[in-house]
Design a binder for this molecule. Structure first.
Ligand code: HEC
Ligand code: HEC
Length: 388
């Protein structure tokens, strides 16, 4: 009896010792984690980028790397400088369906300010409700893109703006006819005169005005900008950890960098569906360089939570899906991706920077929370009254 009692006592003592020990380790872990988060918060919200932890970069990305941060001042080209009058004219034209053959489709039909300046469809529809084959890009922050379209086939916004007008599936109008129609609208005379000095309407002026307006469509500073400027409590712990993961373990920053969150390079992340239905060769038809097959322009990620569905073909319906795709290093691509295009054998070479990341569910959640802080509150855009 006495023996049994002392055994129970010993067991009890050992159990409570173990319990205490475990409690202590858990508590120690929690306080270590809190200290780590406090430390990260201090560094990232210090207002001094040089204090941030070093990003995890591949040698491949170094030549185009610029740290993430604020958007710099809007660049306007020398041969098309900014003026408020040109912006006003460009805005009217951007919303004017009379640039299209049917007089029904404006730039704003597919780049709608209420839908993140895109249309939130997988593919847009245009003239005669024909469907395109690519997802409409947002024009938010497009001033920072060094080439336009998913494949970069337009070098400047001035050149770009005539292309949808003439695209059979988009606005389906000859640019000279479109310019002719605009020149017959009395109300435009004064707008052209103020913007360009006289009332003559040319396709060149139309392009310049639209491009000037587009350059003014820019994200207002958002939660991310506030946080890195020193508002330390602007971020939750998840958002903060997401930012850190973006620059380190998840390595998104290899390609999505600078204030625009894009290196402006063309990269192959294995989305071309080469050799399959829905194939898109991306940059290749523009350069005819086989190495460019399956490469797309790295899109900027500001406002990304408002511009879904995602990727050039709108194939990703949620941001979680996008992050899971990266976390697995896009395993689907290990199937041999090849095709023969106009007699040239092509192969899709996925970038070495897309690799298995083994992100936990919590980390995926945190990355998404961070991506969402890159959106600013959508301001109200007043749709201009069309000149009569
Ligand atoms: C029918 C829908 C539709 C219309 C109308 C339309 N767009 Fe687009 N826009 C798109 C699609 C789709 C893309 C992506 C196409 C691609 O990459 O091949 C795009 C891409 C762009 C881009 C490139 C953005 C970037 O980041 O590279 C700009 C700029 C743009 N459009 C401006 C305009 C302007 C200006 C007009 C009017 C003159 C216009 N769009 C009319 C659907 C449309
Ligand atoms: C090797 C360069 C590269 C890396 C690394 C990379 N991306 Fe991308 N990202 C791209 C390219 C290229 C596209 C466009 C692909 C397409 O449209 O088919 C893209 C598209 C996206 C899009 C969709 C944007 C849109 O407007 O449709 C999101 C969101 C995104 N990436 C987030 C991330 C995140 C998060 C990470 C890190 C886990 C990451 N990316 C890592 C190159 C990269």
């Amino acid at each position: 009896m006495k023996n049994a009692l002392s055994w129970i006592l010993v067991l009890f003592l050992v159990a409570s010792l173990l319990h205490n020990c475990l409690n202590n380790t858990v508590q120690k872990e929690i306080s270590q984690k809190n200290a780590f988060m406090d430390h990260l918060r201090k560094l990232y919200s210090s207002g001094d980028v040089s204090q941030w932890p070093k990003p995890v970069l591949d040698p491949e990305s170094l030549s185009s790397f610029a740290e993430i941060g604020h958007l710099p001042e809007t660049p306007f080209p020398e041969d098309n400088p900014y003026s408020p009058e040109k912006e006003l004219l460009g805005k009217a034209l951007f919303f004017d369906p009379r640039l299209s053959r049917s007089n029904q489709i404006a730039c704003a039909s597919c780049h709608d300010p209420e839908l993140g300046w895109c249309d939130n469809r997988t593919f847009s529809f245009g003239h005669d409700r024909q469907s395109g084959t690519r997802n409409a890009m947002s024009i938010l922050n497009v001033a920072y893109a060094r080439s336009l379209f998913w494949d970069g086939r337009a070098g400047t916004l001035e050149k770009q703006s005539q292309m949808p007008i003439e695209d059979e599936k988009e606005m389906g109008e000859h640019i000279d006819i479109a310019a002719g129609k605009i020149s017959k609208i009395k109300g435009y005379e004064v707008l052209f005169e103020k913007a360009f000095g006289d009332k003559s309407v040319t396709k060149d002026r139309i392009s310049k005005a639209i491009a000037t307006f587009e350059r003014t469509v820019k994200s207002a500073p958002g939660k991310f900008d506030l946080f890195i400027d020193g508002k330390a409590d602007a971020y939750t712990n998840d958002e903060l950890m997401g930012l850190h993961l973006f620059r380190t373990k998840a390595q998104c920053i290899n390609c999505h960098n600078s204030g625009y969150f894009s290196s402006n390079r063309f990269e192959n992340i294995g989305t071309s569906l080469m050799g399959e239905k829905g194939e898109d060769l991306g940059r290749y038809p523009v350069t005819k360089n086989p190495e460019d097959a399956g490469k797309f322009r790295v899109p900027g990620l500001r406002e990304v939570s408002r511009t879904g569905p995602w990727f050039h073909n709108g194939s990703m319906k949620t941001l979680t899906e996008v992050i899971r795709f990266y976390s697995m290093g896009n395993p689907e691509h290990t199937l041999k991706r090849a095709t023969v295009h106009e007699g040239t054998a092509l192969q899709s070479q996925k970038s070495g920077m897309v690799r298995m990341l083994e992100l936990s569910d919590e980390e995926i959640f945190q990355l998404e929370a961070f991506l969402r802080t890159l959106s600013s509150a959508p301001g109200t855009v007043t749709v201009p009254e069309l000149p009569k």
